[in-house]
Design a protein. Structure first.
Length: 91
């Protein structure tokens, strides 16, 4: 349970906001609601494999920086599927 709380707090960083100026920032509570209400939600963890193995948000897919060239293989074909990216933070 402690790990889950820590992982949800990672979402507060809202990686999308640092990568894409127009991206929506969400908090942990919003993510939990999205996860319970939308079965199509895709969560992408962009940290290293070692960081992912230490703990990650349930059902998150680990896409490391070196794997970005294969990102399209992990994304759903439906363009209206919500995507959430997270990492350890900027820098």
């Amino acid at each position: 349970m402690k790990t889950t709380k820590l992982l949800f707090s990672i979402i507060l960083l809202a990686v999308l906001a640092s990568c894409e100026p127009d991206a929506l920032q969400i908090n942990a509570e919003t993510l939990k609601k999205m996860m319970s209400e939308n079965g199509r939600l895709v969560i992408l963890d962009t940290r290293t494999e070692q960081e992912y193995q230490r703990g990650h948000i349930p059902k998150a897919i680990n896409i490391t920086e070196t794997m970005f060239h294969t990102l399209d293989a992990y994304l759903p074909k439906e363009k209206d599927t919500p995507l959430v990216f997270y990492c350890r933070g900027v820098g």
